[in-house]
Design a protein around this ligand. Sequence first.
Ligand SMILES: Nc1ncnc2c1ncn2[C@@H]1O[C@H](COP(=O)(O)OP(=O)(O)O)[C@@H](O)[C@H]1O
Ligand SMILES: [Mg+2]
Length: 236
Amino acid sequence: MADGFAIEGIDITRSFGGFFALKGISIAVPPGEIRGLIGPNGAGKSTLIDVLSGRADRWTGTVRMFGDDIGALPAHQRRRAGLARSFQRTNVFADLTVVDQLEIAARAAETPNVEEIMAELSLTALAGKRAADISYGDQRRLDLALALIGRPRILLLDEPAAGLSIGESLELAHNLKDLVARWKVTVLLVEHDMEVVFSICDRITVLHLGELLAEGTPDEIRGIPEVVTAYLGSSV
Ligand SMILES: Nc1ncnc2c1ncn2[C@@H]1O[C@H](COP(=O)(O)OP(=O)(O)O)[C@@H](O)[C@H]1O
Ligand SMILES: [Mg+2]
């Protein structure tokens, strides 16, 4: 662990045609931290998660995991090395049961902890149900469960609570915070609900139009007037 960071992106750019979605972003998250990644629609949050997780082409820069340059590794090798992610839209298969989806994901894992994950995310009672027949909130828990198979060291979460009520979002967030603290997982969390971000994140990075606008503790971010006005509204 040469530089002390769990996950690091250095001078990352990504363009689509002539349009730069990321314009030389650097981000470094130390082990055990929950880092929030915020910014308005189109800021580049999902694109950054894609680059870090190995799901982007046409990008430049350096990606390091615990000091190792992983920029050339395909997504499945990063996953095996302990870098997991979830997607902004639910990624569950409607026709498969909860337990079958987790068992399939666990085939690639050294530690196939399906029972443990179901218990941690309150999915045990739903194990035999098809994903199509469980609630949307439970589908989002299943998304998170799929990312947590094998106890990853780093978790990149792209709006895991999208579409949930604020109460459900906070419940999921605190479930996540408790679990990652016990398992010592480093988290990069994209989340649009500021109540969620400010209640569970250790530090927050703010993106705007592919550039880094600010980075700091929740209190520091709350204290930056242009961030509050442009991105947070008056509620925090
Ligand atoms: N596959 C793509 N082709 C072209 N433009 C894209 C593609 N994916 C993202 N973009 C553009 O890149 C910018 C950043 O998108 P994204 O990373 O999804 O933002 P965020 O997740 O912060 O809302 C947006 O302007 C978006 O339209
Ligand atoms: Mg996005």
